[in-house]
Structures are given as C-alpha cells and as structure tokens.
Ligand binder design. Structure first.
Ligand code: FE2
Ligand code: FE2
Length: 415
C-alpha cells in the first residue's frame, strides 16, 4: 500500500485518500486489542515513524495503559504510567494539549522508563490527546522518531490529531463493547460459582479447567475461534441446575438412596429450565450443556437417554471436559487421579460414554492438557495410581450430588 508521508506536502486528493483508507480500516473492528493494533500500524506507516504507542485511560487505577505498541522492542508489552505524573503523556491526558519534543532526552517532561525496558532510544516525540465526540480525553496517541530523523512539524501534529479524532469513536465503541462482554462473562462465571459453591471447595479450578479443555476440544474438532470461545464461555454453567437441589440431597454425606439419586439427576432438567428460551448465543449453548451433560453416547445417560448424535455436540464436548477434570480433582470419596490415568479412562470410554470423535480430539490435545495440569494447583491429595484403588475409595463417604452422579457413572460403566 502506498502511504503519504507527513513530511511530504500532501495534495487535497492525497489527504482524502489517506483519511478514507484510515476510516475504512478502523471502522467495523469492535475488538479493542485488534482495533488498537490496526490504528497503531496505520499511524506508524502514515507518519513513517519508529514507534507508535496508544495509551488509554484506566480511570479506576488512575493510570494510562498501553498494550499495543508498534516498532522495535515494544510488541506485546504492557506499559502503565500514572495519570497524575509529570511526563509528557500524562500531561497530554490531563490537559488535552499537544506536546511536541524535538529532543526528548533533553526535556524534563520525557520519561526514559519505557526506553530503558525496551531497548529503544527516543529522539523526537509527539503526543496528542485522543478524544471522544464530546471532547472527553480517552487517552493519548504518541509517536517517536521520524524515519528521516527530522523533528515533528506542525503538519505532523495536524495529521496525528486528525487521526486521533477519526479513531475516537471507534475506540469508544470498542471499549464499550469490551466492557459489556467482560460484564457478561463475569456474570456467567459468578452464576456458575453460585451453582457449584455449596458442594465443592475447588469450584474455581474446576470451572477454569473445563473451560480451557472445552475450548481446546472445540478447536481440535475444527471449530473457529469465535464458536470455540462461545463453548468455552458457556461451559461453566453446565451444573447451574444444582441451585434447585435441596441441601439434604446435594450435601448428603452418605450414599444417596435410589430415590434421592433420581432427584439429584433432575439438576439437568432444572438447568435446562433455567436457561430455556435464552436469546444470546452463549446462553443457548449453556442451555444444551446443562440439560444434556449427563447423556451418554450409548444412550444410557440421563435425563432423556439420548444416543449418539442426538446429543448436541456442545454437550458431548462438555461431558468429556467435565469427567476428565472431576477425575483429576480430589473428592471426599476419592483421591485425585493421576492425569495419565484419567486420560486412559477417557480413551477407554470412547463409544461408550463419549463420542469417539471427541475422544480422538482429546487425544490430539492431550499434550497441552498434560502441561496445563502440571502447572495448575489442583486440590490434590496423594495421587493414586489406578482405577482399582479409586474404586475402593468410592466405597467411602460421598459429599456431593454431582460427584455422586459422576461416581455412579463410572461404577455403572464398570459393570
Ligand atoms: Fe452435572
Ligand atoms: Fe462439573
């Protein structure tokens, strides 16, 4: 692509072309990280500079942060500077004025901190405010070192200010979108914790692990990142129906009677009812997961005894992730299985409890899973070596309905 460098005199036509190009590339991108990346790339090319850094305000922490920075030494580095500091970027964010330093190291307003950690030497620097439509400062666009070595001119100030104005509303929309997305995820996650909180001490670890495994499985099955993300984000809600179970069943220390076990199974139906008719994609998936995560490939699961591909794919995925992680966790009635043994169990259940296609995907991602479990602190007691010892451990007391389901599932399959 042909860029028009700011140090050249631009014709009206060239200016227009440049702005259209910038506008086209930045509009329509709602993922904040991606958007900031595109903007920084464009500015680096348009102004022909060594580095472009986009700082956004973090009002809560009273800081400016930048994740995306182009140019030598700064890729994927998060920089944070105090909003009330005396360096140029903080001043621009506070006052909304433009700061142009022809000799950065000789100006007391320039902080060398970032240069020092990134092996970069700033010679010239220009910083302009990033404002929204109503003139509120959202952050700062900063560029350094023009390729031809000359200081930034009035023309550069004008162009950078214009680009900041053009990008302002896109950035604001992307930020709002991100806030809503984060709020949605947080709500889902906290709801899921509510459901699991009563009967499991290691809820967080369990929910985190199954999200990761579900995501990896979806990817290995050939799903795109967006669909895989949805599966990942929906997975913590699989046991939401447990909120409807009475304490005397969910928290019963001993073995459940057959009648109690029937009631316990109903957590799938309750989960289905809670999430029925959901409109968002993520909750629609969560609905299928919560209703069908105890169905089995051979049709011997519950609540509906669905068989094979009658079971929605999302539910077949969460089932494998859920069982694998439950095996690896310590429970009152059982030791934590060794990762390897849990893996062998999943393989052995291919075509019985689990969809063979998903077990094959699990096999594919197992190296990543093994790494994951080597690093996370699961609530482990001494791992036991095999199913026989665990079977013995099953004979001891039980503290959770979900685990009772899980235990019965393994026991039935061993028949
Ligand atoms: Fe369950
Ligand atoms: Fe679970």
């Amino acid at each position: 692509m042909q860029y028009f460098h700011a140090n050249n005199k631009l014709t009206a036509e060239q200016k227009l072309k440049l702005l259209v190009e910038f506008g086209t590339r930045t509009s329509g991108e709602i993922r904040l990280d991606k958007l900031l990346d595109i903007i920084a790339q464009q500015i680096t090319a348009i102004l022909d500079v060594g580095r472009c850094t986009i700082y956004l305000k973090d009002v809560e922490k009273n800081e400016l942060w930048s994740k995306i920075a182009q140019g030598r030494g700064l890729e994927h580095t998060e920089i944070r500077v105090p909003l009330d500091g005396n360096n140029a970027v903080s001043i621009v964010a506070r006052t909304g004025e433009v700061i142009n330093l022809p000799n950065a190291y000789e100006d007391p307003r320039f902080s060398m901190d970032v240069d020092m950690v990134t092996d970069f030497r700033t010679h010239t620097m220009l910083a302009v405010p990033l404002k929204n439509n109503s003139g509120k400062v959202l952050g700062v666009f900063q560029v350094a070192n023009k390729a031809d070595g000359t200081p930034f001119e009035k023309n550069d100030e004008g162009i950078l200010t214009l680009l900041a104005t053009l990008a302002g509303s896109s950035i604001e929309i992307a930020k709002l979108y991100q806030d809503v997305h984060v709020a949605q995820l947080e709500t889902i996650y906290r709801l899921a914790i509510t459901a699991e909180y009563r009967d499991q001490q290691d809820t967080r670890a369990h929910l985190k692990n199954i999200s990761i495994i579900s995501y990896l499985l979806a990817r290995a099955l050939g799903m795109g990142t967006k669909d895989s993300e949805l599966i990942k984000n929906a997975s913590p809600l699989h046991d939401i129906g447990k909120v409807a179970l009475a304490d005397h069943i969910l928290l019963k220390p001993g073995k459940l009677t057959p009648e109690e076990f029937e009631i316990m199974k109903s957590h799938t139906v309750y989960g289905g009812r809670i999430l029925e008719g959901a409109h968002s994609k993520v909750l629609k998936i969560a609905h299928k997961m919560s209703l069908y995560h105890h169905e089995k490939w051979n049709g011997k699961g519950y609540p509906n005894g669905l068989k094979g591909e009658e079971i929605p794919l999302e539910a077949r995925i969460i089932t494998v992730a859920d069982v694998f992680d439950a095996l690896c966790q310590f429970r009152v009635y059982k030791q934590a299985w060794k990762t390897e043994d849990a893996y062998e169990y999943i393989l052995s259940e291919s075509g019985i409890s689990f969809d063979p296609r998903i077990v094959a995907a699990f096999k594919k991602i197992y190296p990543s899973i093994r790494k994951l479990y080597a690093h996370i602190s699961v609530n482990k007691k001494t791992p036991v070596s095999g199913a026989a010892e665990t079977q013995a451990a099953f004979e001891s007391t039980d503290s959770s309905a979900h685990d009772a389901t899980f235990r019965s599932m393994i026991e039935n399959d061993k028949e």
